[in-house]
Design a protein around this ligand. Sequence first.
Ligand SMILES: [Zn+2]
Length: 212
Amino acid sequence: MLDNLHWLGHSGFRLEGLKTIYFDPYQLPKNPVKADIVLITHEHDDHYSPENLKLISSKGTVIVTDRAVGKKIQDANLVCRDIKVLSPGEDIDVYSVKINAVASYNTNKHFHSRNSKKLGFIVMTDGLRIYHAGDTDMIPEMRNYECDIALLPVSGIYVMTAEEAARAVLAIKPKLAIPMHYGSVAGSSDDAIRFQDLLRGKVEVKILEKES
Ligand SMILES: [Zn+2]
């Protein structure tokens, strides 16, 4: 189930399913494959990287993102022109992949306000629902997010700590949880391991090796 989900470091992932889908490509391996779809949660430069977007975009690439990136990306001079801007609660079908934009915000720090309408995504493809949380704290909306795999930040500082993320997993109830947002900008693999330990016997947690 996981062979085709690759962690690229920080909050970046590539799903190689019926379509090639990137989430928040911030660090890329050499000669990265082109994207059919790129999902960008918000404009902070550890999530929105125009340089990386150039490397994985072709004319057919569709980018799905929030309002702030939607504005900035006009200056990025990309070959793909198909930019879909969503707000939390909206959804869209791209190449038969159903993409649900969901809320993602801080509750006890100021980096990601609710009003700025940054995004998380629930993506339905290849018979799976994958939730990428973006930069968020545990928020009440999470109880309504239905997914098989949850990708959650664990570093603290800008996002949830490992302890808060573990509580979020118990609210979301995915089949599998994968920690992200550690190892470069904030947090370390210790946070990922603590997250896994806290959920032992409750929800399966897989720590992915970074692809390089
Ligand atoms: Zn951020």
